[in-house]
Design a protein around this ligand. Structure first.
Ligand SMILES: Cc1cc2nc3c(=O)[nH]c(=O)nc-3n(C[C@H](O)[C@H](O)[C@H](O)COP(=O)(O)OP(=O)(O)OC[C@H]3O[C@@H](n4cnc5c(N)ncnc54)[C@H](O)[C@@H]3O)c2cc1C
Length: 500
């Protein structure tokens, strides 16, 4: 009997992962990707001699000793060059002229926090205890080993037992949002530091988890950028016999008798397969490609009520200067506002690519500034190309003025500048409102299970950042694994996962 065919829509991390596991399990997969390259949000591009990385900031679980590493070995990214960081990030409060480094040495981190914020020693002690508690178990793939649909009560009991030493840091008070948690803090800088270390409305348990990766040395940077990660996934998929059709935008999923049987492309051509996996935007898949015909209350609620992670505007400069003393990531709570779109912003995130020669020629550096911004503003503005381009240029020059005050000499040494707006991210990936992580992981939604199938529709699955309660690299990789686990279960086959 020949292999069963699968069409995967979208060649981002989620689609490539689905393709890899499909090939591993004896299916014949073909990815239809609208661009002439894979990777989606995990994108890099060249500007003169500089490599601009507009994607993944950090990778967790990249070393042996952590369960995630096994999955990395399966999808072929285990041997990439990752860079360890001694300091995860720096937070600078310009108003009080103080700064704090998030160190991988937890004792040092606690000492630094105590000396900066003596009135908050009690909260600091509790916060550090949370990080230590979370570090006691291998939580890197907690709840991810199998899709929620296949988890039986006994599986959950096993999972909970496995992470039992960290369990108390997942429940009770640890489910408070960071925004609520910081109410007990006296020092305004400490409040803001915790609020903006990740996202302000995630549960405090999320910060414990991220920082537990940091102290375990499991938080690394991609030496050769996001494109290296994507190339390794693509290679693994192609080596397993997978196929990719580039420049192939899917417009519709063909359904016959409530069974997904194929796709229609923008050029009106069609392709058929036994199974269809959509690994592109969830809203577009459900409400446009499938005309909203396969939904239920929980799907409607998710797409109407759940918040999504706001988009970013990313301004990159290729600079003829070295920045040896800068951290790779610094968050400035600035004492000056910068006008970004229709908002005044004073939270300036700077990513400094001084940790690898891959991004710039010797003696030069890529410095990137990021802001959260409004999708609606940039999407409307993009309709008037002249105004849109002018505003991009204006923002790049105002941001440079801000940088010049902190890094004198920078503006005379800029060789290239590049602005990627939410509209840019949308144009390349079609993600709803240019969200770069999908649903916002709030205290209400983070532990909700999201099904990877749609009610009433057979032979169809969803992968990628919209197919879980929140996105990111790991969610997307696991989503691809999950859909093939579901497929194997549907066909009563043993799921196979082999290391490369
Ligand atoms: C600046 C930035 C920093 C980030 N940092 C981190 C980080 O540090 N850690 C982390 O875990 N995550 C991070 N992320 C998030 C992470 O990169 C994404 O969540 C992840 O890459 C999403 O992958 P995906 O495959 O689900 O979706 P996408 O990357 O959006 O892939 C979807 C693919 O589908 C294609 N497509 C869309 N529509 C169609 C269609 N109609 N027909 C055919 N093809 C189509 C798109 O072209 C794209 O290739 C970051 C993202 C950004 C932008």
């Amino acid at each position: 009997m020949g292999k069963k065919s699968i069409i995967v829509i979208g060649g981002g991390i989620g689609g490539l992962s689905a393709g890899i596991y499909a090939q591993m399990n004896g299916y014949d997969a073909i990815i239809f990707e609208k661009n002439d390259f894979t990777g989606g949000l995990a994108a890099c591009w060249k500007r003169k001699n500089f490599l601009i990385d507009g994607g993944i900031h950090f990778i967790t679980g990249f070393k042996p000793g952590c369960s995630l590493y096994n999955v990395f070995s399966e999808v072929g990214v285990q041997n990439l060059e990752y860079i360890d960081t001694e300091v995860y990030a720096r937070f600078v409060d310009e108003t009080s002229n103080r700064s704090i480094d998030v160190s991988t040495d937890l004792n040092k981190f606690q000492r630094d926090l105590n000396s900066l914020f003596p009135r908050d020693k009690k909260v600091i002690k509790q916060f550090i205890k949370g990080i230590k508690g979370m570090s006691k178990s291998d939580i890197s793939d907690f709840g991810f080993r199998r899709p929620a649909e296949l988890m039986k009560l006994t599986d959950w009991v096993k999972e909970l037992w496995r992470v039992r030493k960290s369990l108390r840091w997942f429940v009770g008070k640890s489910l408070k949002s960071v925004r609520e948690y910081v109410n007990q803090i006296h020092d305004p800088m400490l409040k803001e530091f915790l609020l903006y270390m990740f996202l302000p409305d995630v549960p405090i348990a999320f910060l414990y988890m991220i920082l537990s990766f940091v102290v375990q040395g499991q938080m690394g940077l991609l030496k050769n950028g996001s494109s290296d990660f994507v190339s390794a996934l693509e290679k693994r998929y192609l080596d397993l016999g997978g196929k990719i059709k580039y420049d192939s935008k899917v417009t519709e999923i063909i359904v016959e008798e409530n069974k997904a049987v194929g796709i229609k492309l923008e050029d009106e051509s069609q392709a058929k397969a036994e199974y269809i996996i959509s690994a592109c935007d969830g809203y577009m898949t459900i409400y446009s490609m499938l005309h909203g015909e396969y939904t239920d209350e929980s799907i409607e609620e998710r797409y109407k009520e759940w918040d999504i992670v706001r988009p970013l505007i990313v301004i990159s400069y290729g600079i003829d200067m070295e920045f040896n003393k800068e951290r790779w990531l610094t968050l400035y709570k600035s004492n000056e506002n910068i006008k970004v779109g229709d908002e005044d912003d004073n939270l300036v995130t700077i990513r400094c690519f001084n940790y690898s020669p891959s991004f710039a020629p010797e003696g030069k550096t890529v410095v990137q500034v990021m802001f959260e911004t409004n999708w609606e503003y940039w999407s409307e503005l993009s309709e008037n190309r002249v105004k849109y381009k002018k505003e991009k240029k204006q923002l790049a020059s105002e941001t440079l003025v801000w940088l010049e005050k902190r890094f004198p000499g920078i503006s005379d040494n800029v060789e290239v500048s590049d602005v990627a707006t939410p509209y840019t991210y949308w144009r390349y990936t079609l993600n709803n409102k240019a969200s770069y992580m999908g649903f916002y992981p709030t205290t209400e939604t983070i532990f909700k299970s999201v099904k990877k199938t749609l009610p009433g529709l057979d032979n169809f699955f969803m992968a990628g950042q919209w197919s879980l309660s929140t996105g990111g690299v790991l969610s997307s990789i696991y989503s691809g694994r999950h859909v093939v686990q579901l497929l194997c279960s549907k066909e009563n086959k043993l799921f196979i996962a082999e290391s490369s």
